[in-house]
Design a protein around this ligand. Structure first.
Ligand code: MRU
Length: 382
């Protein structure tokens, strides 16, 4: 039986609360649509709620999407005892019925958002766990071992995400500080939200900033507003203030002039999908920032856990880019509501603009020939 737990990352901002008590999982997520003005946790009672929380962007951020999907599945499967009994009867026919029942829910969850690979990687990983958890013939319930394995894995995912993020923070801080030795610390620029609110805790790119801040080596951090959904101004600005970092908010269009006039030591951004050749899908506006950084001679790092790597995809031109409803753009821009608009949620930054990829296993740097060997790096560290 999975061990009883209560998820707490020690973070000031908890993106979710997950509990497993008396064989029952429960989940509430912080409604990010209401931030920064209201802190409200909403319950996720089944896979439909999990799907809806992801699709509506009450939760967002590549790692968090995947985690909420798996936790939502755990809640769904432990909540309905009548279904469990029915499935156990079905198991008289074969455990394949149970597997199909669970796989259908997993497939449904992957239809919530297309671009972040974490969701797809998480479901693949879970499938392996389900395949390996064959109930014994003496077991009174055929269903329970699967549910137990899923709950245990959900708890593991929560812990792994926070520890990976802390390792990313440490590797990123060490690497950047090895070249930038100003005693006042380093000046960063970031886009979107990659902190506690985008993960199970601590954050990826913002986790690097947090680690520098913890070491008293973060001189400043500039956060791009991240139009049109404003994850930068609503969420990253909130995290920066909560953590008492020295932060400045910029409109996306100010990035070039900011780097030209104020300067920065590094841009650090998150990722939704890192391809085999290092091309990286991330929030819309990341490509523009990378091009500007290269022109201005500023290092450009992607902070990505292994769960965001997609080494099965050769290059970025194959990434499915989510298009969000026009209303999301129209509402935040003040445009006439009938104005046609294009609202891609992500773009792909070619590897040639990326200085390195900061992972929990270390920093993958460009080779002498200017390429990023993601596949070789994964092989070396697996
Ligand atoms: O549309 P969102 O808010 O889910 O997009 C989030 C991003 O693009 C993040 O930069 C990325 O998921 C990394 S989060 C650690």
């Amino acid at each position: 039986m999975a061990a009883a737990t209560d998820s707490s990352t020690g973070d000031n901002l908890r993106s979710l609360i997950f509990k497993f008590e008396d064989g029952k999982a429960s989940l509430s997520v912080l409604d990010q649509l209401l931030l920064p003005h209201e802190t409200k946790y909403v319950p996720v009672n089944d896979v439909n709620d999990a799907w809806d929380a992801v699709r509506s962007m009450r939760v967002r951020g590549a790692p968090l999407i995947a985690i909420v999907a798996v936790l939502g599945l755990a809640v769904d499967l432990t909540s309905n005892q009548a279904t469990i009994r029915e499935l156990d009867e079905a198991a008289a026919v074969g455990v394949d019925d149970i597997k199909t029942y669970i796989y259908d829910k997993m497939t449904y969850l992957t239809t919530s958002r297309p671009t972040a690979v974490n969701l797809f990687n998480a479901m693949e990983e879970l499938k392996q766990i389900i395949v390996n958890s064959v109930p014994s013939s003496s077991s009174s319930s055929h269903y329970a071992p699967f549910v137990d394995a899923i709950v245990t894995h959900a708890q593991f995912m929560l812990e792994r995400d926070v520890s990976d993020n802390k390792a990313i923070g440490a590797h990123g801080a060490d690497d950047i500080l090895s070249r930038h030795t100003d005693p006042d610390g380093v000046r960063l620029v970031t886009i979107c939200n990659t902190g506690s609110l985008a993960t199970a805790g601590w954050g990826t790119a913002l986790g690097v900033a947090r680690e520098l801040h913890r070491r008293h080596k973060l001189r400043s951090i500039a956060a791009l507003e991240t139009r049109p959904y404003n994850q930068g101004s609503r969420l990253t600005a909130y995290e920066i203030q909560t953590e008492k970092m020295n932060g400045t908010l910029l409109c996306d269009s100010m990035a070039a002039f900011y780097l030209q006039s104020k300067g920065a030591d590094a841009c650090v951004v998150g990722a939704d999908r890192v391809c085999a050749n290092g091309d990286t899908a991330n929030k819309i506006g990341t490509l523009a920032l990378a091009i500007i950084a290269k022109e201005m001679g500023v290092e450009f790092f992607v902070a990505s856990p292994f769960t965001t790597l997609d080494i099965g995809l050769a290059s970025g031109d194959k990434v499915e880019i989510e298009e969000r409803p026009p209303g999301e753009m129209l509402e935040s821009s003040g445009a006439p509501l009938e104005m046609p608009c294009w609202n891609p949620s992500f773009d792909v930054t070619p590897a040639k603009y990326i200085t390195g990829i900061i992972t929990e296993k270390g920093v993958l740097k460009k080779s002498a020939d200017g390429t990023l060997d993601v596949v070789g790096f994964v092989k070396k560290h697996s």
